[in-house]
Write a protein that binds this ligand. Structure first.
Ligand code: ADP
Ligand code: MG
Length: 238
């Protein structure tokens, strides 16, 4: 079980309270999309789950384990960023295997996991290339490969497709949904794009100024929005 449980979580930067007090359970195996306008606190929430940002107060557990004092590498999570964050001087193989090599995993095990990830993401012919020799979509696949090899209990995605053109974005949406179908791992996916949320999620959390407006399936939000904000946000895609 790797649900993410958030209780009375708050976050302030100095005197500015970005997340007032949040309760949220992200169910094990769900594809949960956090959606809301720019600046509403999506990345901050995801970064707190990842351990890249410390909560101001409240409880946070992953798979029933209190992770508040734990490093990002010790939370059973892997995060994929909008910027890919690949190492330019390393090959695709070296980028994908980096965390495993850092953890001094067995070389045969590392190679097996890299092959598996490359196979899933159709990166096998590209393993010896460097990031600058890849397209944007291929770079984002490498970033996802780097997450897969860690066998995380929870994948965290922060607007991973924002740097891609529209056609590629649609294709990568499908690939990420197929990945979820295949691995059945909990995935938490942040976007400001209503269409992305509606097409990818089995569960959507609508955020507005650090508060949860509504949680539900795409159909529930569309049919029975509980606030004017949700109605406007889901009802009028850009
Ligand atoms: P989103 O990802 O939804 O666009 P963020 O989580 O990045 O929003 O930011 C939420 C709010 O917190 C914004 O007002 C932003 O300016 C503020 N914020 C984020 N990170 C910091 C930081 N390190 N220091 C101060 N303010 C921050
Ligand atoms: Mg953000």
């Amino acid at each position: 079980m790797a649900d993410v449980e958030i209780k009375k979580l708050t976050k302030s930067f100095g005197t500015v309270e970005v997340i007032p007090e949040m309760d949220l359970v992200i169910p094990d195996g769900s594809f949960t999309v956090l959606v809301g306008p720019s600046g509403c606190g999506k990345s901050t929430l995801l970064r707190m789950i990842a351990g890249l940002e410390l909560q101001t107060s409240g409880d946070l557990s992953i798979g029933g384990v209190d992770v508040r004092g734990r490093d990002p590498s010790d939370r059973g999570i892997a995060m994929v960023f909008q910027s890919y964050a690949l190492y330019p001087h390393m090959t695709v193989r070296e980028n994908i295997s980096f965390a495993l090599r850092l953890a001094k995993a067995d070389p045969a095990e590392i190679e097996a996991r890299v092959q598996n990830a490359a196979d899933i993401l159709q990166l096998t012919p590209l393993l010896d290339r460097r990031p600058k020799q890849l397209s944007g979509g291929q770079r984002q696949r490498v970033a996802i490969g780097r997450a897969i090899v860690r066998n995380p209990e929870v994948f965290l995605f922060d607007e991973p497709l924002s740097n891609l053109d529209a056609a590629l974005r649609v294709q990568m949406r499908v690939e990420i949904m197929e990945l979820h179908e295949r691995l059945k791992t909990t995935m938490v996916y942040v976007t400001h794009d209503q269409v992305e949320a509606m097409t990818m999620a089995d569960r959507i959390v609508v955020l507005n100024e650090g508060r949860i407006e509504q949680v539900g399936s795409p159909l529930e939000l569309y049919d029975t929005p509980q606030t004017a904000f949700v109605a406007g946000f889901i009802g009028s895609p850009k």
